[in-house]
Design a protein around this ligand. Structure first.
Ligand SMILES: [Zn+2]
Length: 314
């Protein structure tokens, strides 16, 4: 493979011998001036790449991890044949290992309101001193599976007992499924959400009412999906939600979103989350209705999630 310099000089000598040479000379363009222009162009490109690279290095990146069901393979009821494995499952053991690591590294577990207030809204609030120098991460759990609640609640309790720290887990819930046992996988109940909220572990947010692909719905259905979900979650948590934090934010089912969906999301929520497998880049012009999340699945080792939390792509 010839080097770029070889190819460049071959191009120049071909140009010098070609039929284009006389008219180019008349325009004052000769081999030397082309070479000079190439050197200047190359230096400018290199300079630009260095500037872009150093700006990129300054950009704050936050990992918003997206879990679904959390299962304990040691329990016969949570492994095959009683329960077929799903790609998006994560084991209780690895989930606990990850949380323990993040707590011991003094991570700040962001709520959806924290993400919005300090990193996503226009003109964000200044970060309080106690959080300023701590690494940041957000743990979100979608769909509200009963086993995910059992293991996540227990993990948060154990961490509190061991360290005195209260971690925050963001739940994106479809209230139409709350307490349902007739779905493929049993769902958590409103009482589970209340218990987690009261303990300070759960941040309760919307995943819309029925887990539909919102891009396929008409305006009336979109309104129901956003409004009904928000109202039901607010009713479920009730007076416990003194700071009005419940269902202020939404994660679109399947991460499916378009301009019409966002138009409706804006009426009912302050921000929206997609699944684009990117770290959230904290930029002033960030579209707060397309906040990035990283979907987690069974094949991902804890080390990979730790690298994401540290702001590194794997
Ligand atoms: Zn979902």
């Amino acid at each position: 493979m010839p080097s770029l310099a070889d190819r460049g000089s071959r191009f120049l000598s071909r140009l010098g011998r070609s039929r284009l040479a006389p008219p180019l000379r008349r325009l004052g363009i000769n081999r030397a001036s082309v070479k000079r222009a190439a050197i200047i162009g190359g230096s400018l490109t290199l300079g630009l790449a260095i500037v872009v690279g150093s700006i990129e290095a300054q950009i704050d990146r936050i990992a918003i991890l997206g879990f679904h069901d959390i299962i304990d393979p040691n329990l016969p009821s949570e492994r095959a044949p009683a329960r077929a494995p799903v790609e998006s499952d994560y084991t209780r053991q690895d989930f606990e290992r990850l949380l323990a690591y993040l707590v011991d590294q003094n991570y700040w577990f962001l709520s959806a309101d924290d993400l919005y207030n300090y990193f996503a809204k226009p003109d964000p609030d200044p970060i309080p001193d106690e959080f300023k120098h701590r690494p940041r991460v957000a743990i979100s759990i979608d769909d509200g599976y009963a086993s995910a609640h059992t293991h996540a609640f227990k993990a948060a309790e154990n961490i509190q007992k061991r360290t005195g720290k209260t971690i925050k887990l963001i739940w994106f819930i479809n209230p139409a499924f709350l307490g349902r046992m007739d779905t493929t996988l049993p769902r958590m109940t409103c009482e589970h959400l209340q218990a987690g909220f009261e303990a300070g572990f759960y941040d309760v947010q919307s995943h819309t009412a029925n887990h539909q692909d919102l891009t396929t719905l008409d305006p009336d259905q979109l309104k129901v999906e956003f409004k009904q979900a928000r109202d039901q979650l607010v009713t479920c948590i009730g007076d416990r939600d003194r700071d009005h934090q419940v269902a202020q934010h939404v994660a679109y089912p399947f991460g499916a979103v378009n301009a019409t969906v966002i138009q409706y999301a804006r009426r009912y929520h302050l921000s929206g989350y997609v699944y684009d497998s990117h770290l959230l880049r904290v930029l002033p012009w960030r579209d707060r209705y397309r906040l990035s999340r990283l979907p987690v699945n069974a094949s991902m080792p804890v080390k990979k999630l730790q690298a994401w939390a540290a702001g590194r792509s794997w």
